[in-house]
Design a protein around this ligand. Structure first.
Ligand code: PHE
Length: 343
């Protein structure tokens, strides 16, 4: 009987079950109620005890093997069946899609732009690889001006080219390009990535994003700057947030200021985020220096303007309390999934 079991095993392994008819023949022959395996079990039951012990195990193995082969063949035939022959439940809900979320920097940049668009600003674009003229010289940074060191710059010298380029350190370079190409009135935003040669840490990065703004027309005054930025701050952070201007220095603005807002965490009471001052800095701003207008072909006797520039990461950090700048560029899905879902 052992030999018979071994032979059957070989036979079953060698059988191919290509279609439903072959499967039915197989079932009748081996696994069915009147098949060989059932018959062998009949014989087995009648055996005397000692012989049973030797046969039981191989016989069971054979049964399992045969049944497994039948099951697998049945499943693979069912999978190959045309869809229209299969019973389908059309009321089943669709499988859920994995849904992405907008990157917080992109999202905040869009919010900033939308606020300024409501008061007539449009978006201007410019290259990230810039000339010294657009990034520095036209903006009143003399060669050797110490302010050039305020923004540690990545310089590029493409092989075979005489001119040196740089990665823009701010998007004020786009403002120069717009003023060179366009006559006032000008009201533009220049959003985009900027680069500075800084050691990457929780508080500094070698690249980040800015939205800068420029408004040039007749009779533009500091009051226009103040009102525009107040409107922006209240729109993005809420009507209860207060602003103040603090004197500062930029080569391309005269006068120059930093805008602070009342601390969002402690509402001005004093906490660790605002270093107990009640205020946090959000952007640089000022009246465009007449030299800059002249450098770009705009008559400073006729026109005046204001400009401002903010870091998008900084605004996002204040809105979302992001503790470490590096999180923005690490693409950790657990971080990114916390932000606005794509609508
Ligand atoms: N360009 C400045 C910076 O990157 C910001 C700024 C823009 C300041 C416009 C004043 C006016 O730091």
């Amino acid at each position: 009987m052992q030999d018979q079991i071994a032979a059957l095993e070989q036979e079953i392994m060698a059988t191919t079950l290509a279609d439903a008819a072959a499967l039915e023949v197989y079932r009748r022959q081996y696994t069915g109620k009147n098949g060989i395996i059932a018959a062998l079990f009949e014989t087995f039951r009648a055996l005397p005890g000692p012989e049973k012990a030797a046969i039981g195990k191989p016989l069971n193995t054979l049964k399992q093997l045969a049944e497994q082969k039948e099951r697998e063949a049945r499943e693979s035939l069912a999978a190959r069946q045309p869809l229209k022959d299969q019973p389908a439940d059309l009321t089943l809900p669709a499988a859920p899609h994995a849904q992405g979320s907008r990157h917080p920097i992109y999202d905040v940049e869009r919010r900033i732009i939308a606020i300024f668009e409501r008061i007539g600003f449009t978006v201007a674009d410019g290259p990230e690889v810039e000339t010294d003229w657009h990034n520095f010289t036209a903006l009143n940074f003399d060669p050797g001006h110490p302010a050039r060191d305020m923004q540690d710059t990545f310089f590029l010298k493409p092989e075979g080219m005489d001119q040196e380029y740089l990665l823009r350190t701010h998007t004020s370079s786009v403002q120069v390009r717009v003023m060179e190409a366009q006559k006032p009135p000008i009201r533009i935003l220049s959003p985009g990535r900027v680069y500075r040669n800084e050691t990457v840490s929780a508080r500094a990065h070698c690249y980040f994003n800015q939205v800068e703004g420029l408004c040039v027309d007749k009779h533009i005054s500091l009051a226009d700057l103040r009102q525009t930025l107040d409107y922006f701050v209240k729109s993005i952070f809420g009507p209860q947030v207060r602003t103040r201007l603090r004197a500062s220095y930029f080569p391309f603005t005269e006068i120059s200021a930093e805008m602070d807002i009342s601390c969002l965490i402690c509402q001005g009471e004093g906490c660790t985020v605002c270093k107990h001052s009640g205020w946090v800095e959000i952007m640089g701003c000022g009246m465009v220096d007449p030299n800059v207008l002249a450098n770009c072909g705009i008559d400073p006797e006729v026109y005046s303007g204001f400009a401002f520039g903010m870091g998008v990461e900084r605004i996002a950090q204040l809105l979302y309390r992001v503790p470490d700048l590096r999180l923005y560029s690490q693409n950790d899905i657990r971080f990114l999934q916390q932000f606005a879902r794509i609508q």
